[in-house]
Design a protein around this ligand. Structure first.
Ligand SMILES: Cc1cc2nc3c(=O)[nH]c(=O)nc-3n(C[C@H](O)[C@H](O)[C@H](O)COP(=O)(O)OP(=O)(O)OC[C@H]3O[C@@H](n4cnc5c(N)ncnc54)[C@H](O)[C@@H]3O)c2cc1C
Length: 144
């Protein structure tokens, strides 16, 4: 496992014998594909490398999310890749069709440049689209 595979490790405050690891980027594909036994060995080797303690035991159990391969998620939340532009979040928020009456509106954390990847961004985007809809209905009614 390269260093990029394990982005963050945390000792759980509730259960001191639980270690929590966040995996991000392309490494997720790899982590989701390996079986628990193999992952246990990879993580243990990594921890032994960090600490220099070769006696650290392997985990008894591994609980792993598989959001990338879950067809309703295809990942966890958006983040800016090296080839992304900040403007991409705004582009994703644009309704369709863009010039006439909008029929398809887009909400969700990935449509908010100021709150992408967060709950408040998701909430804010819902309010934004609700307001867009209200304005559109108001304009339609006033023009008739
Ligand atoms: C591990 C983790 C930790 C997080 N921690 C935090 C945190 O501490 N603070 C914070 O602010 N945010 C956190 N987030 C991010 C936050 O959870 C998300 O930004 C937020 O839930 C996004 O909301 P959303 O409505 O945009 O999308 P989602 O909550 O992903 O909702 C999309 C919904 O669409 C459904 N769906 C997908 N495809 C289809 C389809 N074809 N047909 C029908 N339904 C479909 C999905 O099942 C899902 O229910 C965390 C996320 C993760 C994964």
């Amino acid at each position: 496992m390269s260093s990029s595979h394990l982005s963050k490790e945390r000792r759980s405050e509730v259960s001191p014998n639980v270690l929590l690891a966040f995996i991000a980027g392309n490494s997720v594909e790899y982590i989701e594909a390996v079986n628990d036994a193999e992952l246990g060995i990879l993580l243990t080797n990594r921890l032994r490398e960090y600490t220099g303690d070769q006696t650290l035991p392997k985990p008894d159990r591994i609980l792993k999310s598989t959001w990338l391969t879950d067809k309703f998620f295809r990942g966890a939340y958006s983040s800016l890749g090296l080839l992304s532009r900040f403007d991409d979040f705004t582009v994703l928020s644009e309704p369709l069709p863009s010039t006439s009456i909008h029929r398809l509106l887009f909400a969700g954390e990935a449509t908010t440049p100021a709150g992408y990847g967060t709950m408040h961004g998701a909430r804010e985007s819902g309010i934004r689209e609700e307001n867009r809809l209200i304005w559109q209905m108001y304009n339609e009614v006033s023009s008739n």
